[in-house]
Design a protein around this ligand. Structure first.
Ligand code: RIB
Ligand code: CA
Length: 316
């Protein structure tokens, strides 16, 4: 089976699950660039974490620093899950890799001119994507689409109704969801099915020795433990961000439903909610998003862990 190898640009806020998304994109896609955004941690931290990931796994890809704050509201980070550094848990190596000059949005736009089939894969707040769409109104018609981790049709995490990536910059999300480009939304309804356990982290440590295996084991273990401390009754980490990559490379793992999705901006309780028309009737609003409504969670976790083990084995 010849598998699609899409050309992608990852815009991220590493973040434990962003790290996994970057690695999967480097393996399954033609990863032409990375931009960072404030989200899980300040942009300076998410940029450092993206550089560390590229350095540790010897990725031949430039990292550009993007927006350091949302379009309108004040920055809010997620230290409860990711730590103040954005990548708590592993002992991080001395950073040698340097950020590539040029704002992440400018670099993304330049890449979209070089690669006319580019998929944008945002795994953090959508600030950079929104800025790119405003800087170049032709972007939406030039790219293959946007495959994002964010939102969801049923529940939130930052609030009962809003997921963090959307909630952190709702105005940016509204621009993206209204841009007219093909959109894929991988929301919490499916990412909470892609769960990594402490046992899986331990198996990574034993099966993938070396610095890369240790790093990955610590990333996964911290993420699973943090979710027990903050959200779940068990130490299980939902690998949100890799889903946005796998939606492009392994669509057979997903069930998608084309739906109309808007971003709530004004609700006193529901600001940042992705409002999805799920009526499925003739009068339904015109679809603008391919919403992931189901996923084979165990198969997806197995694929992710197998891929990470393989990448770790290639290193020191
Ligand atoms: O709500 C989950 C999302 O918020 C993920 O992208 C995670 O990395 C955080 O950014
Ligand atoms: Ca993220």
């Amino acid at each position: 089976m010849t598998r699609n190898r899409p050309t992608v640009w990852v815009d991220c806020d590493p973040g434990h699950d962003d790290v996994v998304a970057i690695l999967l994109a480097s393996h399954f896609c033609d990863l032409v660039g990375i931009s960072t955004v404030a989200g899980n941690a300040p942009q300076s931290a998410t940029t450092k974490n993206a550089l560390i990931t590229a350095q540790l796994f010897d990725l031949d890809v430039a990292v550009h620093a993007g927006a350091d704050r949302p379009l309108v509201q004040a920055s809010v980070f997620a230290p409860d899950i990711h730590g103040a550094s954005g990548l708590a848990g592993p002992v991080l190596p001395e950073l040698v890799r340097v950020v590539t000059p040029g704002h992440g949005v400018t670099a993304l736009l330049e890449a979209s001119q070089r690669h006319r089939d580019l998929w944008l894969v945002p795994t953090g707040p959508l600030t950079n994507i929104a800025l790119a769409l405003r800087m170049d109104p032709t972007l939406a018609s030039r790219i293959s689409g946007v495959s994002l981790m964010g939102g969801g049709p049923t529940f939130g995490n930052k609030t009962p109704w809003a997921e963090f990536n959307i909630w952190a910059d709702p105005e940016a999300a509204a621009i993206v969801f209204g841009c007219g480009a093909p959109l894929i939304m991988c929301g919490l309804n499916i990412t909470h099915e892609v769960l990594v356990s402490l046992e899986a982290a331990a198996a990574m440590r034993s099966s993938a020795p070396g610095s890369r295996g240790e790093f990955l084991a610590d990333v996964l273990a911290h993420f699973a433990t943090a979710y027990k401390d903050v959200f779940f009754t068990e130490a299980l980490g939902p690998l949100h961000d890799p889903c946005a990559v796998l939606a492009l490379t392994h669509p057979e793992l997903f069930t998608f439903v084309d739906s109309h999705v808007e971003i709530e901006l004004n609700g006193r309780h529901t600001r940042g909610m992705t409002v999805v028309d799920q009526r499925g009737v003739k009068g339904a609003l015109a679809p603008n998003v391919s919403v992931a409504m189901a996923i084979d969670g165990p198969a997806t976790v197995a694929l992710i862990l197998d891929t990470l083990r393989g990448l770790a084995a290639l290193g020191p």
